[in-house]
Design a protein around this ligand. Structure first.
Ligand code: C5P
Length: 216
């Protein structure tokens, strides 16, 4: 059975025991992809940051908090998987110092130094085996197609789903799917469940059916 890993939702990077950096990702796109992948008959593992929604019962759910935890869980699960869909919005920055105690106000401004967190899709994409595939998401405000192609190359993705910031925390999405040659092979707009089915159709056609190693 084809086995797919989906990263979903935001991650958190703590400054102290109660404060953290994050973003407004809801996990809805990841859940919609999980539902669609199960409908297509695939085995699904969802690696998710903290979200307030339920994933389908018939997929394995691995809850994580930080980007580093999401990377470790994804690497472990990807060992035996056919492909990864990177639908998460991992927090890209982490404080260089995490206080064990709550940081108290002093009346002065607080300066934070932020370091980049690891890129999960890029790490997996750059280390994938020849029979494995990776699909990334690109959320861009301008030069969407150009930036999506650059990201696809940098992260070694086989397909890239481009969407706009309006997708965040929304029930709807408008996407373009681009292949490695830079061609737009599919557009879709509407409820995230419908959009997820279009994405899975392209994954099945372009990455699974043509792959002799994937046993349906
Ligand atoms: O670079 P950018 O965040 O725009 O790339 C988006 C893609 O990269 C998405 O597929 C997202 O899940 C993935 N990503 C990741 N790890 C990060 C940042 C982004 O896997 N630290």
């Amino acid at each position: 059975m084809v086995s797919i890993i989906i990263t979903s939702g935001p991650t958190r990077q703590y400054l102290d025991p109660v404060r953290y950096l994050t973003n407004a990702s809801s996990g809805r796109m990841g859940r919609a992809l999980a539902v669609a992948a199960i409908e297509f008959g695939y085995r699904v593992t969802v690696i998710t940051g903290p979200v307030s929604l339920n994933y389908p019962d018939n997929c394995q759910v691995v809850p994580v908090v930080t980007t580093q935890q999401m990377l470790a869980a994804t690497q472990a699960a990807f060992e035996t998987a056919d492909g990864l869909i990177g639908a998460a919005a991992p927090c890209d920055y982490m404080p260089s110092f995490v206080s064990e105690q709550k940081i108290n106000k002093t009346g002065d401004s607080l300066h934070l130094e932020l370091l980049e967190t690891p890129d999960i899709v890029a790490t997996i994409g750059n280390n994938k085996k020849s029979h494995q595939w990776v699909v990334g998401f690109a959320l861009e405000t301008d030069d969407r197609r150009f930036r999506t192609i650059v990201k696809m190359q940098k992260k070694c993705c086989d397909l890239m789903v481009s969407n706009a910031p309006s997708a965040i925390d929304s029930e709807q999405n408008t996407i373009e799917i681009m292949d490695k040659t830079g061609q737009v092979i599919q557009t879709a707009s509407g409820d995230k469940r419908e959009v997820a089915r279009s994405i899975l159709q392209q994954i099945r056609q372009k990455l699974i059916e043509k792959n002799p190693y994937s046993a349906e």
